[in-house]
Structure formats: C-alpha cells, structure tokens
Design a binder for this molecule. Sequence first.
Ligand code: MF3
Ligand code: CO
Ligand code: CO
Length: 256
Amino acid sequence: MSGNRIIHTPEEIIRIRRAAAVTAQVRDEIARLAHPGMTTFDLDQLAGSLINATGGRSAFKNYHGYPGNICISVNDVVIHGIGRPDQIITEDDIVSIDVGVVIDNAMGDTALTFGFKEPSKEIKRLLDGTQQALMEGISAAVCGRFIRDISAAVEKCARRNRLAIVRDYVGHGCGIQLHEPPEVPNYTGWGKGPRLEPGMVLCIEPMLNLGTDSVRLDRSDGWTVRTADGRPSAHFEHMILITDNEPEILTWQKTM
Ligand code: MF3
Ligand code: CO
Ligand code: CO
C-alpha cells in the first residue's frame, strides 16, 4: 500500500467543497426522482441533465472510457453498472447510484443505495449495515490517526452486521483528480497507511454483500461488477475532509 497522500491547499478546498456539495445535491435529486417503471438508461439520462444544469460535467463519463453519466448498480451489481434501455427498474429492486461531478476543476464523488418498498429483514440489514459502516468509518477519520483506523472501523461494523466486505475495490483520495492517493480499503491487514492530516480529502465507500465477498467483472461490457453468487450488494460513499477536529462530510445532505 502506498504511503503517498495529497494535502489540498485552502484554495483547492474551497473549490472541492463546492463540487462535493453540488454532487450531493444531484445524488439526492436523482434518488428522489428514481421510480419503478423507468429504465436505468432513463435514470442515467436524467442524471445527465441534472449534472448539466449545475454548470458542471460528469466526472465519470469517458473516465477510462466509461460510457455512462453515473453508475447505476441494481441488486447483485456491486458497482460500475451502466444504464441500459432494456433494464426496467421494479419496486423489488435495490438501486445504487454513484455520482461524480466536476465543476471549477474540482470533483465530487458520492454514492448511496435505496429501495422503493418496505425492505425485507435481510435487505434492511444490508442497507442499514452498509450505511452504518460508512458512518463509523467517518467517525474514525480524525487527524493523527491512520487510514487503517478508518478501515478497521468499517470492517468491524460489517462483521457485526454479518455482511461480506468486497476486497477488490477500495475508497480513495479525491478532490482535483477523481482518484488520488491514498487508497482507503474497507478491511485491515495491509499495514497502517498514511497518517491522517488536515487538508486530506477521502472517499470512504464500503461495498458490502449479503452472501459471498467474491465478485466478477462482466466481460461483455468490461465495467459491471457483480457478486459471484448473485446475492444483493450495497454501496454508500461520502467524501470527507480531514480537519483539526472532527472530519467534515463534504457530501452531506438531508436524505443520508
Ligand atoms: N465513483 C467510483 C468511485 O467511487 C468511480 C467510478 S469510475 C467510472 O471511485 F468510470 F466507473 F465511472
Ligand atoms: Co463513487
Ligand atoms: Co469513489
């Protein structure tokens, strides 16, 4: 694991804070407007117009060739799902949206997973447990501690909720580039990582599964990541700023 990390300048942080706030607003607007009967392609198009209306652009479109405006990951899709005109959202689905906006050369990156009806006990454990793992990871992100402390907090919460941790993808630094050092794993066992210092901006993003932790990349599109056993997965992501005190959640909004 690299000991590399980026400390953003106060001038950058002003722009990053605004980009993150705009991204959070778009995320919540997409979640509010999503409904059964629409296709995931419709949802991606809607996201495209909402992003456009901010004066920014999608941070994901064309990123290493990614074709969508946002990532839309339904049920067993863990991350990086691409909106499709033949995929109709039903009220039984859980939908994860991951949104990135570039504005004024700064980035936001945030995700959440939601359903449309009263969830089963298992789905509730998955959704609440993953969101809680994110919040406990954030609580551990205090200056003077290490990346590993965030990882340990996420891992402990996942364990407590009997949820499997996806290990093939990790959180990351963010702000000016979409993916900056350091990596922020959702599990421990790899060393301490860099020390947390004011000015670091991190995306913490647990990806937790009801069944196996093992995932498969869909080779037909090169992007879609699914659970190996077909059981559901959830993903929540916030972007935070390390400060002298408590972390500042840059993508905070009322629906989360
Ligand atoms: N939003 C993802 C993350 O949290 C990255 C998506 S890259 C894309 O790191 F190309 F798939 F959009
Ligand atoms: Co993301
Ligand atoms: Co991210």
